[in-house]
Design a protein around this ligand. Sequence first.
Ligand code: N01
Length: 511
Amino acid sequence: MNMHASDMSAMGWAKRGEQPRIAIIGAGMSGIAAVVKLRQAGYTDITVYEKASKVGGTWRENQYPGLSCDVPSRWYSFSFALNPDWSHRFSYGPEIQAYMEKTAKDFGVTDIVQFNTAVTDLTYEAPRWRLTTDKGDVEYFDVAISATGVLHKPSFPNIDGLDSFAGDKFHTARWDHSVKLEGRKVGIIGTGSTSAQIVGAITHKVGTMNVFQRTPQWMIPLPQKEYSSAWKWLLRKIPALQRMTYRFYSTTMAKNFGAATTGDQKKLADIQDACTKHLNEAVADPELRAKLTPSYQAACKRLIFCSDFYPAISRDNANLITEGIERIEPNGIRTVDGKLHELDVLILATGFDAGAFILPTKVTGENGQDLGETWDGSPRAHRAVAVPGFPNFWLLEGPTGPVGNLSLISISEHQVDYIISMLNKMRDAGLDAVCPRQDAYAAYNKAMAERVPQTVWASGGCDSWYFDKSGTPNLYPFPPQQYLDDMHRPDFAEFRLIEDVAEDRELQGAA
Ligand code: N01
């Protein structure tokens, strides 16, 4: 029987007996992981869209001094591209970016990326996705995967006079390398992980370092270590050793840190003790120590691993300013006590919009359902990877996934495995589309909401970027290993397995 083009397009790839056309949005670490693992599973018709001119995501965008990863590099690695050459236990940003670029090149990912191309619109036309780019190109895909990262949209503080500052001013994720820091009066707003790394790296060379702190942060020492050439040689000779060290760090971090944040009070107390000891030992001045002491539980905000901040803020040329900011003026920052802190350079270490995910790309699912409106500032997903009403659409590092101080590369890889299981199911059963059932999604999110109060993120007495508009930390509240294990035992009953989209539409219309 001859099939008309329109019939063909309405029929899913699995029924056509073809490869699915897969679009991946974002060529950061989760996009790279997705391409490699999908190909290994036999899915080869893939296009990656990247708004920038290079792969690397967060490691491409963040170029501030002192940038390093506070997750051990042996674990913050692709499982399929372990790297014997990491220079340090916690590697620095440029080295991680080089690793991203090398892995993408070695595995042929770079070749399939459409660079400098932002996806502006994704619209579901059952059973496919119509994808529109900022160049006006339109393409159709059977599967759309969002790999846009969690923290990609800089957050600018809503402070009076921000635009009036006459000196040099930039957000940490948009570092201006042309600005000289040596000998100048530098101010930084914020004391999160980013600020801690910057302050630790630049205070010795600036004239004055003024740190504007709204809330103090707990910091645990970073057990940094440079790897010897002999150790690198050994790892190169014995690849099994690399796998062992990967497993060692993944188990240690999940069992200790993952457990502490999700309810293990003994492990949480150990983290608190380590942070308190660090502060007491590293900051001699009692007045400064008091200003740096948080009033909430350690690990409530994302725990900062940093050994450089306390020595830097204790220097004679550093000031910790805890009075609130009244406004920003052309010459500096005026605090509520009326004092003007004169500045040549203003650095905004004020974090990111953690609720954006794939937004502001407009994503429209079944029946015109808009993803941004569906989320309304409180993004949720089924098992962090899928949303009811958005068939054949997947999120990597989506809402309610495990984040914390874990390896996001590892988490993305597990999520890709889950998506592969769903594609295999579609292929084997000849399905047009799959989509999480509303009741399964509701039950899943209800269980998470019930569990959240047991986490330190909710009970630790702090505010943080983990909280969404609903006032709930948007993270996986059970031990992270449970999530990773679940990614390998998908329950297909949680999904609408749609054999025929036309029939499904009629059924839904009738319901
Ligand atoms: O951002 P943040 P970040 N007036 O949101 C303050 C990852 N990361 O870029 O605490 C005054 O943590 C705000 O104050 P408060 C990591 O996941 C990873 O530092 O809200 N202050 C806070 O101090 C991390 O958690 C690595 O009271 C204002 C700061 O700005 C995430 O990125 C390294 C303000 C924002 O802190 C974000 O970290 C670095 C205002 N109006 C970062 N608005 C690794 O090593 C905000 N603040 C993997």
